[in-house]
Design a protein around this ligand. Structure first.
Ligand code: PMP
Length: 391
């Protein structure tokens, strides 16, 4: 049996980490893996998480099973931060905890599939796991161009898709801080998208994995809130792994907004059944730590402060990159208005290799960079390297 399995390609970013670690050059720059980094290159545990963990160690008196929906205190405490004033009432929303945003996307797609959706449209490029999850769930994938040539979203492509989508189609949208392009919809574009979704009846799945790392917690939720206020049914896949720095603890949630409380109850029962068959229940620790923070005003304030400082650092790096203008053939100015940790540079695989070999700059073969891997101290060297290989 097992010898019938074919070898799968290694994860390219994990292979890149190995190469980076083996590089002795002190000036090397890691723009590969998608985690936030401080100006010192660290990815520290949030102070608010440390305090919440301390309280959990002291106060938690059982590790007995929860249910497939995980820690509902966590799920509900997070809800006002995600939905704000747009939080649906009358039982039109509920959620469940998932193993990271990945688990939430997986559950959203599986639920859509179970509800009869045959095809999901997604803008490309996208987070590579989107396509893998769709394929693994037996979902047909339709693609459209996400980012236009001017560094803004390609709205025409999305308009076309929503006009032609069939009755069993859904659309997958990034809520904020698009991975890998950094190209987000503006508020005016979200207003239009909400109207198009309403008119077309195409149900949206919104993946919100970086709330707070673009323009702030409320600003980054503009699209989700606008859509939720405009259409009867939305699935929101949420990750706390970036905005609480919990990556390996796997903290996420899936929220379902339905036409009425009865629909939502049925969605949740299907979500629970799917979770049970997939992972039984999500890991508890990280979600519990988030709940402890969100149930305590002063810890919530600490968390928001830490998140804000990350956001500001990302903004400073983006602004400095944009100020550099062009580096060889690469125009860096659009990076100033793009959002979140990622940007796509128009570089070839050969240029990516040259950046690595000649300059110790490590980035994904696709041309994606994690801007949080840059500091005020190494941006000039990075820009010079980029100019060298593309000039
Ligand atoms: N969606 C997007 C767009 C992402 O970039 C990521 C993380 N890379 C996720 C979902 C999943 O995040 P998590 O680590 O919480 O599973």
């Amino acid at each position: 049996m097992l010898d019938r399995l074919n070898q799968q390609p290694p994860d390219a970013l994990l292979a890149l980490i190995k190469l980076y670690n083996a590089d002795p050059r002190p000036t090397k720059i890691d723009l590969g893996v998608g985690v936030y980094r401080t100006a010192d290159g660290a990815t520290p545990v949030f102070g608010a998480i440390k305090e919440a963990e301390k309280r959990l160690v002291e106060g938690q008196d059982t590790k007995a099973y929860l249910g497939p929906e995980g820690d509902m205190g966590f799920v509900h405490a997070l809800m006002p931060h995600v939905f704000g004033d747009a939080l649906p009432t009358g039982g039109r929303i509920d959620g469940m905890q998932t193993p990271g945003g990945t688990g939430a996307v997986r559950l959203a797609v599986a639920l859509a599939h179970k509800a009869g959706v045959q095809k999901i449209w997604m803008g490309t490029p996208s987070w590579p796991n989107h396509a893998q999850i769709l394929a693994d769930c037996g979902m047909e994938t339709g693609t459209f161009n996400h980012a236009g040539d001017n560094g803004s979203a390609d709205m025409d492509a999305l308009r076309d898709v929503l006009a032609k989508a069939g009755k069993d189609d859904a659309v997958l949208l990034h809520g904020a801080c698009h991975n890998p392009t950094g190209v987000d919809y503006t508020d005016a574009e979200w207003d239009e998208i909400a109207g198009l979704l309403k008119d077309s009846g195409v149900p949206p799945i919104i993946d919100l994995a970086y709330q707070g790392l673009g323009d702030g917690m409320d600003a980054d939720a503009y699209g989700v809130r606008k859509v939720v206020s405009s259409v009867p049914e939305v699935l929101v896949a949420y990750s706390c792994d970036k905005n609480f720095g919990l990556y390996r603890d796997r903290v996420g949630a899936l929220y379902a907004i339905g036409g009425d409380a009865d629909v939502v109850t049925r969605v949740m029962s299907n979500g629970s059944a799917l979770a049970r068959a997939n992972w039984s229940m999500p890991p508890d620790h990280g979600g519990a730590a988030v709940r402890v923070i969100l149930e305590d005003e002063s810890l919530t304030a600490n968390w928001l402060e830490e998140l804000e400082s990350m956001r500001q650092r990302i903004g400073q790096v983006r602004a400095k990159l944009a100020e550099s203008g062009t580096a060889g053939s690469v125009d860096l100015t659009p990076l100033g208005k793009q959002k979140g940790m990622f940007a796509m540079l128009p570089v070839s695989k050969e240029q990516v290799q040259q950046l690595r070999e000649d300059h110790g700059v490590y980035m994904a073969g696709s041309g994606r960079i994690n801007v949080a891997g840059l500091t005020m101290g190494n941006i000039d060297a990075f820009v010079a390297a980029l100019a060298d290989v593309t000039g």
